[in-house]
Design a protein around this ligand. Structure first.
Ligand SMILES: Cc1ncc(COP(=O)(O)O)c(C=O)c1O
Length: 366
């Protein structure tokens, strides 16, 4: 039996709803921004519970523009976590600012107890990540940000559909980023991103900046860039947005089965899942003893597991010039050695889940 990690062929097996809308789009030739993009932006803002959504080309651009909109510039320091995707740190560096890493906790989220220790006069923002689709304690981060008068910019790229005390990621920071990359709960046959904010002034600047700074065809207000969401993707996003909550429900049910069965094994450590947090399960991660051998064994049995990621950000080549070294962040370094990501997607059958669980159990009792 095969247990695939990739769910995209199943998700897009029926192409007719997309082609139906794309035909209308092609007839209208509304190919740059236009009504399809605007429609989606309104729907997404409503879904998250914010005033404004500014769509972009991808999540990385959404992060870069969020940081710029918050005024982050050369010489500033931005506190972030060392276990994320490259884009979180890349975006900070792209703005000319310095990433200041802190370790993660046992839920793989930024360790909130480490944040205040690295605040300096140059600290302008905290960039917490909703890693794997789970969330750090945003209310505590909010308290730190208020106490020190530092902005929050959320990397909520994996957090579409998550909740913290019934509040969505993207509603805590001043200006926050989401991604619609294929690995995300809302994905669009390619790239896409969104910035959300309740700040009218910031939204106004972002609408202009992502579209060359234009106010109309012949005039610009500011120098900007082109990082527009494509209407073809906006149409996919509109269709997929309606499915997100159902997708997360199914993923959560699968995760519950995995949690229950795998927690019976001494060799597996499942992260705590506090009741008031709803996860998207973009990634189902747990710590496994003898991870490398287990990974090989599962792949040999056609169970497509992954690692996110084997090397934390502070140990990546460009971090060396920032002065980071091995053993700086023991929790993240330990997780890099032991974490494994299992398929958890909404198209897995109960047989596939049971097969995966059985093989993991077999591996440890061999
Ligand atoms: C946590 C995180 N931040 C940023 C990104 C960047 O998003 P994108 O791939 O849409 O540029 C991703 C996903 O790829 C991500 O998982």
């Amino acid at each position: 039996m095969k247990v695939p990690f990739n769910y995209l062929p199943f998700q897009f097996s029926n192409t007719s709803p997309y082609f139906k809308e794309w035909k209308n789009l092609i007839k209208s030739s509304d190919f740059t921004l236009g009504k399809y993009v605007k429609n989606f932006e309104n729907k997404f803002a409503n879904y998250i519970g914010v005033k404004h959504c500014v769509s972009t080309n991808n999540g990385t651009d959404a992060l870069i523009l969020s940081l710029k909109a918050a005024g982050i510039k050369k010489g500033d320091e931005v506190i972030t976590v060392c276990n994320s995707f490259y884009a979180t740190t890349g975006a900070i560096v792209d703005c000319g600012a310095k990433p200041i890493f802190v370790d993660c906790d046992e839920r793989y989220q930024i360790d909130i107890n480490q944040i205040e220790k690295v605040i300096t006069r140059k600290t302008k923002a905290i960039l917490p990540v909703h890693w794997g689709g789970a969330s750090p304690d945003m209310n505590k981060i909010l308290k730190i940000s208020k106490k020190h008068n530092i902005k929050i910019i959320e990397d909520a790229c994996m957090g579409i559909g998550a909740k913290i005390n019934n509040k969505s990621p993207g509603t805590f920071g001043e200006v926050n980023a989401f991604s619609m990359h294929p690995l995300k709960s809302l994905n669009v046959m390619g790239d896409g991103g969104m910035i959300v904010t309740n700040n009218d002034k910031i939204a106004k600047w972002l609408y202009k900046y992502r579209n060359h700074g234009m106010v109309d065809r012949d005039n610009i207000d500011i120098w900007g860039v082109n990082t527009r969401l494509q209407p073809f993707q906006a149409i996919v996003a509109m269709i997929e947005l309606k499915k997100v909550d159902k997708i997360i429900k199914k993923r959560s049910e699968n995760a519950k089965v995995l949690d229950r069965e795998l927690s019976k094994l001494n060799e597996v450590e499942i992260p705590k899942r506090p009741k008031n947090y709803k996860e998207t399960f973009a990634l189902y991660m747990a710590k496994f003893k003898k991870r490398e051998k287990l990974k090989k064994f599962l792949l040999k049995n056609k169970i497509e597991v992954k690692i996110h990621y084997p090397k934390p950000l502070h140990l990546q080549k460009p971090s060396m010039t920032l002065g980071y070294k091995k053993y700086d962040f023991p929790c993240a370094e330990n997780q890099a050695k032991e974490l494994l990501t299992l398929p958890v997607h909404q198209y897995l059958s109960r047989d596939q889940l049971n097969f995966m669980i059985k093989k993991i159990k077999d591996f440890y009792v061999r």
